[in-house]
Design a protein around this ligand. Sequence first.
Ligand SMILES: NC(=O)c1ccc[n+]([C@@H]2O[C@H](COP(=O)([O-])OP(=O)(O)OC[C@H]3O[C@@H](n4cnc5c(N)ncnc54)[C@H](OP(=O)(O)O)[C@@H]3O)[C@@H](O)[C@H]2O)c1
Length: 287
Amino acid sequence: MKIAVIGSTGQMGTDLMKVLQDEHDVIGFTHENLEVSDYDSCLKLKEYHPDVIVNTAAFHKTDQCEDELVRTFSVNAIGARNVTLISKEIGATTVFISTDYVFDGNKKEPYTEDDPTNPINSYGISKLAGELYTKQNPKHYIARVASLFGRAGASGKGGNFVETMITKAKNNEAINVVNDMWMSPTYTKDAAEIIKRILELELPFGIYHASNQGFCTWFQFSQEIFRMTNLTPTLRSIESVQIKTNAKRPMFSALRSTKLQKYGIAVRGWKEALRDYLILKGHIQAT
Ligand SMILES: NC(=O)c1ccc[n+]([C@@H]2O[C@H](COP(=O)([O-])OP(=O)(O)OC[C@H]3O[C@@H](n4cnc5c(N)ncnc54)[C@H](OP(=O)(O)O)[C@@H]3O)[C@@H](O)[C@H]2O)c1
């Protein structure tokens, strides 16, 4: 397949490029070469005649999104619209990377692909709008991911949670982490592998949850990071009400896929994925 990846140097984009390049003809578009919110800029995608266009671009600083609505909707919603229009024009499949934040968190058990969406912050609303635009191309996949960690770190967020925890611990900083917010930590390499399999198996178009299996609180996630790396910082569990944030966040946004299981795509648990990530980054040795 000829695959174009937008946001190719981002956290998700880097692993998508790496995973897809093994067997496909892949071209990456960085933010420098392509601006998703500008339709004319997106026309560049046509020159390459891709069979698939994967859109990882986003403005996803959740708190900042509340104050920068125009930018949020320009990138996450109008950007998705532009990419979808062009995909449709050239008969390409659109893949939109979406988020667990399209849910409100009230279900209190993992969300599956069939669950109704109800975002509670502007970032989530803009990504849901991006999903709706993406659906305008009948040939679409919406891959929802969550709480990403990957080799490149999120360029839009300045790293990822795992690296932040390790850096703080090494600097002997006291660390406070919320223990009442649940999510599914997800390794971008695993999410990229899932997307690759979906494309190769030509699974039915639609929504897929592409997170690692299982879920935990952010505090439990940090405990596991420190257990695996043998770091022993002063780690304190706190409640989310103790932190003032601009955006509301779902208290429980774990994802589960019923579809991947059905189509025989195995997904490993987040702890196993975390171990692999820590080895890759040289934080621990392979045993
Ligand atoms: N990170 C998470 O925990 C998380 C959780 C759930 C869902 N997601 C979703 O997963 C996707 C990938 O996230 P990520 O962690 O890989 O983010 P990332 O590292 O910030 O990557 C996004 C990429 O898109 C590029 N980009 C940003 N705005 C753009 C624009 N207007 N036009 C073209 N390119 C643009 C960025 O380039 P520059 O950095 O140069 O601007 C970057 O290369 C996003 O769609 C996000 O909504 C992420």
